[in-house]
Design a protein around this ligand. Sequence first.
Ligand code: SF4
Length: 271
Amino acid sequence: MTLSPAAFMASAPKPLNGNTAWAARYANEIRRVFHEHAAQAPRSLQLHLGPSELGVECDRQVAGKMAGCPTTNHVFDPWPSIRGTALHAWAADAFTADNVRKNVMRWVAEQRVTPHPDHPGTADLYDAQERSVDDHKFLGESSLAKVRSAKGPSRQYRVQLHLYGLGYRNMGLPVDRVVLLAYPATAGSLDGLYVWEQAHRTSDIDDLLQVVFEQTATRQHYAREIHAGRLQLSQVPSTPDSDLCYFCPFYRPQSAKDGGVGCPGTAGSNG
Ligand code: SF4
């Protein structure tokens, strides 16, 4: 039986991303613009990593980023980080405008700070009234649940906050506490906002930052060796973790089987 062109078109599977075949193709084109632009965002091209990266527990991930190793994780979707970048910009405007509305210079948004000469970064928010350094995290449900759990935020988040705190202290400003503002990025309201805080001026925190700086020096050494061709990324010690590996630029679980580029992460027998 020969189908007419109209019947042939009608029998085609319904496109997933639009109401017509043209609309579905157009959805791909719109996604392409987002993906390509996200791949060029400054966060993706940092050779001197900022405070948000230094507390990552895996040496291999941090050394690979420092060395500028090519990305092998092509599964990770940039949408959450695109959304986070846009929401950070909105939040900065909101707090800056609050200073004007209340006629008090309380909030300092998006301030460059230098906790370590090689690793400056931009801190989200300083609250001069509470003497706190605040960081916005726009999180999906499962990440928000982790922050709310008894364990609290990851080491990466804690280190980032305290490095910003140190950066502010290096500018001569008082910092009593660090605050993580965990917003429900995928919810329909702000009701689920969760605040986590920790004292900043304690010997435990000083010890933690000392360890981070020592780790950073070791990772810089690895990165220089990789860059010079004397070390493979796979030879750098790794700390696989299901939360961390999925978002890691070097994650490629297939490498556990084919031995090719990338890091097997949690799929590797010895990491
Ligand atoms: S995939 Fe996991 S173990 Fe491998 S470098 Fe990345 S974070 Fe480390």
